[in-house]
Design a protein around this ligand. Structure first.
Ligand code: NAG
Ligand code: NAG
Ligand code: NAG
Ligand code: NAG
Ligand code: NAG
Ligand code: NAG
Ligand code: NAG
Ligand code: NAG
Ligand code: NAG
Ligand code: NAG
Length: 811
């Protein structure tokens, strides 16, 4: 037992902790819930800060005076459904904050009172008291609002003690009632009186006294079998001092005739609103509307809910007419399995009729019904089939609100509809309507619910619904958002759960007034067409209901399950015009940049250089050893005109040597005396050189070229091995300056097969790199094969003579 107890205590503490955590942000409220734990004693180690303690559904039979000392901040104490037999309210004397004390459903017989002045809610109902547990101290609890009582005997003297309290609710949860002193209840001053009747009581006496007691009277467990046994005729009873305007009977099981008598009795009292809930009736129908005295009433609304029958045969007309002839403002008969309804032929005053959840059919409208004042008609959850029939009925009314949801309604194109101009809201949800329903709608409609039907499109040829503000088309089969050309003032549109892949532009153009759009849970196809739709949310924040959780791509498969807000559809890829413009602009910019580079940085020159350089490298890599083993003695043979000698000596040679000091160069300077021997010498030397560099300038062309022109033509020096000769163009040579006798030179110039000496010093590095690459030879290799190791420096003195400039080594 000890163990079990400690487990309970542990549970309580754990639950306290949870309660503490959840309530923390608000007030410092701490709930300790020890409900339904088979406790026999109040746990000793309750958290002292507990404000709400639930000990219901346990096995407590006694409360100790110290039980609640530790929880001094207790506000709410629930002790219902225990086995407590005796109570000393002094037990709670240290719980000054206690407001709510529930001791219902115990076995209390004796209460020792103590004035708990702070108490607002005290429930002592469903206990075993003999008389009402009320004492002088009860009368001192001036804050009491809700008081639950029980007792086998009710006497005036008990209630007198609390007559001065202004209570909100008195709840009489009676297990038995052996004696009721008439006139006791009206002593109470309470707004609401709720009596749960025990078996074998006199219903009529309590009803009469109840009506004299409070504004609101509720009676539960009205059982004809026991409570109507001592039936005495109530018909001529005139009720004085009636206070009740709202009467509620709950769990009623009566014979039809008894029910009718109750109606008749209540009809002549102060009751304006009569609500009967959960009623079962049976028996033969002897009394009907013919025996009902309809005169002299203040009744305005009757509501019957959850009606069951204990008989198979009901003379329907007689039963229905009892109600429809009442001509009150509001009548509700719902959840009553009612197959039909009959109205008197004369016009009746109903403004509100609710026959929800019955089994009414089109037959309802077969006979003409005159309800000129009808404002609201609720026929939800029936078996109606033809909308035009409803419309013809409605035409003779001033109907504003019509609920026809959850029927089997349809509309055929050839039927005519006549709706009254007064109609504002229509609920046509959960029917079998197709597109044709739009041909049977009242022009005045403002709120239209067509959700859960079989609509595929909103037809283009339909009347203009000028006043329509809210349209619900959820759960249909629409493949596109409807345009608003036929309902210009639409501001709320629900089109959830349809088959919309990508909404068309028509919506965005025509539906300017729409403020709220619910288009979630459609199978969106996330392609460019959806961009406008996604933008819509960005531009009008909060317009889309359920954004962004309900807006998910279904297609393409790669995006399935992605929320629309996360889909990136760039403007560029979706807008063809923009794409073209962008491409053109980019091309233009590139073109301009290229032109600029050409003009400003001489880009083509660089490109040509680079091209040559790479080609050279390529060739060098492919060059075979055999080529190298040609009978070479020099790396380069340089030929130039005298005028360019300064450049050759100060620029070219130093730069060639820069990389490797032992480049073997054979120089030929212009100014030879004309003569074969020299030409032949030159040819010899060119053959002994690995590469020939010709420094081209107009002067060179004039004076030297002839020596090579022939060579090129006859020895095919160049095309056999075009990298053998390196032409350096020192100065531009216009083509027309080249004499016609040099076709080869012309060809070379045209092919631009030369390295151009840049005017811009910055470009020189590249030029030299290129040149060095062009004459690249495996120097080590060459050195091995060549005997000529010495490089004879240029001799300043020998400059004058061309011959002497050809280094002796060359010869
Ligand atoms: C305590 O828990 C029971 C269910 O276990 C619940 O019905 C009851 O409302 C809870 N009491 C309070 C005060 O939260
Ligand atoms: C109490 O607990 C039992 C089982 O633990 C459960 O069947 C019963 O419904 C609970 N009663 C209430 C009033 O919560
Ligand atoms: C009721 O309260 C008043 C003061 O508020 C006190 O004088 C009186 O004795 C109390 N009556 C009883 C029966 O406790
Ligand atoms: C009942 O209480 C209200 C205030 O709640 C008061 O106006 C009314 O006069 C009281 N009626 C009687 C009969 O004492
Ligand atoms: C109606 O009352 C019966 C008892 O009279 C009860 O069993 C049933 O649950 C109640 N139904 C509703 C819907 O209140
Ligand atoms: C109908 O009731 C009114 C008032 O209760 C009464 O004056 C009248 O006599 C009754 N009529 C009949 C036919 O009983
Ligand atoms: C009748 O029904 C209408 C509409 O529901 C409501 O506004 C009105 O208060 C009801 N009248 C009574 C007396 O219940
Ligand atoms: C409408 O009322 C007129 C008379 O006011 C009546 O002749 C006609 O039958 C009624 N129509 C319907 C469908 O009830
Ligand atoms: C509907 O009512 C209008 C005016 O109230 C009337 O002109 C029209 O004939 C009625 N239509 C039918 C079919 O009753
Ligand atoms: C239409 O009726 C259905 C149920 O019948 C309800 O859920 C919905 O809220 C109603 N629509 C409007 C606009 O009241």
């Amino acid at each position: 037992m000890r163990h079990i107890r400690s487990i309970y205590v542990f549970c309580c503490i754990v639950m306290s902790a949870c309660g503490w955590a959840s309530k923390l942000p608000e007030e410092r409220e701490l709930t300790t819930n020890c409900s339904n734990m088979s406790l026999r004693k109040v746990p000793v180690d309750l958290t002292p800060t507990t404000t709400t303690l639930d000990l219901s559904y346990n096995l407590l039979s006694q409360l100790q005076s110290s039980d609640f000392h530790s929880v001094s901040e207790l506000k709410v104490l629930i002790l219902c459904h225990n086995r407590i037999q005796e109570l000393d309210i002094k037990t709670f004397e240290f719980n000054k904050e206690l407001r709510y004390l529930d001791l219902s459903y115990n076995r209390l017989k004796i209460v020792t009172w103590y004035s708990l002045t702070g108490l607002r809610h005290l429930d002592l109902s469903f206990n075993d008291f003999d008389t009402m547990p009320i004492s002088e101290e009860t009368g001192n609890m001036s804050h009491l609002e809700i008081l639950g009582l029980s007792g086998a005997k009710i006497q005036k003297s008990d209630f007198q003690k609390i007559a001065h309290l202004h209570l909100n609710t008195v709840f009489l949860g009676l297990r038995t009632l052996s004696h009721y002193e008439e006139g006791s209840l009206p002593i109470l001053n309470t707004t609401k009186l709720h009596i749960v009747l025990p078996m074998n009581t006199n219903f009529w006496v309590l009803l009469r006294d109840g009506i004299k007691t409070s504004k609101i009277l509720e009676m539960t467990n009205v059982d004809g079998k026991s409570q109507f046994a001592s039936y005495e005729t109530q018909q001529n009873l005139i009720l004085e001092n009636a206070k009740t305007s709202i009467l509620l009977l709950n769990k009623v099981d009566l014979l039809w005739d008894d029910l009718l008598l109750i109606f008749q009795f209540v009809w002549h009292t102060s009751v304006e609103y009569f609500h009967i809930q959960n009623v079962t009736f049976g028996g033969k129908v002897y009394l009907d509307h013919n025996s009902f005295n309809y005169s002299n009433t203040v009744m305005r609304a009757i509501k019957l809910e959850h009606v069951h029958y204990r008989v198979f045969y009901i003379p329907q007309e007689r039963v229905y007419l009892l109600f429809t002839k009442m001509g009150i403002e509001n009548l509700t008969i719902s959840d009553a399995q009612m197959p039909h309804m009959v109205f008197p032929t004369c016009p009746s005053k109903f403004q509100y009729l609710n026959f929800a959840n019955n089994i009414l059919t089109d037959d309802l409208f077969k006979r003409s019904i005159h309800l000129p004042h009808l404002k609201t008609l609720i026929l939800k959850g029936n078996k109606l089939e033809t909308l035009s029939l409803v419309s013809c009925f409605a035409n003779n009314t001033s109907l504003k609100h019509l609920d026809l949801s959850q029927n089997l309604l349809q509309h055929e194109n050839d039927e005519n509809c006549w709706w009254p101009e007064t109609l504002i809201t229509m609920n046509l949800s959960s029917n079998k309507f197709a597109d044709s329903v739009f041909r049977c709608l009242p022009q005045s409609i403002q709120i239209l619910d067509l959700n859960n039907n079989k609509i595929q499109t909103v037809p283009k040829e339909m009347i203009h619904l000028k006043s329509l503000r809210e349209l619900n088309l959820a759960f249909n089969f629409l493949t596109d958002l409807p345009g608003c050309s036929h309902f210009r003032r639409l501001s709320v549109l629900n089109i959830e759960m349809n088959l919309i892949l990508s909404p068309s532009l028509d919506f965005f153009q025509s539906c300017q007034e729409v403020k709220t759009l619910n288009a979630g849970r459609n199978p969106f196809r996330c392609t460019c067409e959806l961009r406008d739709f996604i933008q819509l949310e960005k531009y009008s924040e909060g317009m889309m209901v359920g954004w962004s959780d309900s807006y998910i791509c279904e297609y393409p498969l790669s995006l399935k399950g992605t929320q629309l807000k996360d889909v990136h559809l760039p403007e560029l890829s979706c807008n063809t015009a923009l794409l073209i413009v962008t491409i053109v602009v980019v091309m233009l910019i590139l073109g301009m940049a290229a032109t600029f580079c050409c003009l400003h940085f001489d880009l083509p020159w660089y490109l040509r250089m680079l091209h040559q350089w790479t080609q050279t490298w390529h060739r060098v890599r492919k060059a075979t050893q055999g080529q190298l083993k040609r009978n070479v003695q020099f790396h380069v043979f340089i030929s130039y005109s005298e005028r360019d000698s300064a450049w050759v000596k100060h620029e070219l040679i130093p730069n060639l040597e820069k990389e490797d000091g032992s480049v073997l160069i054979c120089l030929h300077e212009g100014n030879f005396d004309p003569g074969n021997s020299i030409t032949e010498n030159i040819i010899n030397h060119t053959e002994k050189s690995y590469k020939i560099i010709l420094v081209l300038s107009p002067d060179f062309v004039q004076s030297e070229w002839y020596r090579y022109e022939l060579d090129f033509t006859h020895h095919s020096l160049c095309h056999e091995n075009s990298n053998y000769i390196i032409l350096i163009l020192l100065e531009p040579i216009p083509l027309y300056c080249i004499p016609t006798r040099y076709p080869k030179l012309k060809a070379l110039m045209e092919k631009k097969a030369y390295l151009e000496w840049p005017k811009d010093r910055r470009k020189c590095r590249l030029f030299w790199a290129n040149l060095r690459a062009a004459i690249h030879v495996n120097l080590v290799e060459t050195r091995e094969t060549s005997e000529l190791q010495t490089f004879i420096e240029l001799n300043e003195e020998s400059q004058g003579s061309a011959i002497s400039l050809i280094r002796t080594d060359c010869l």
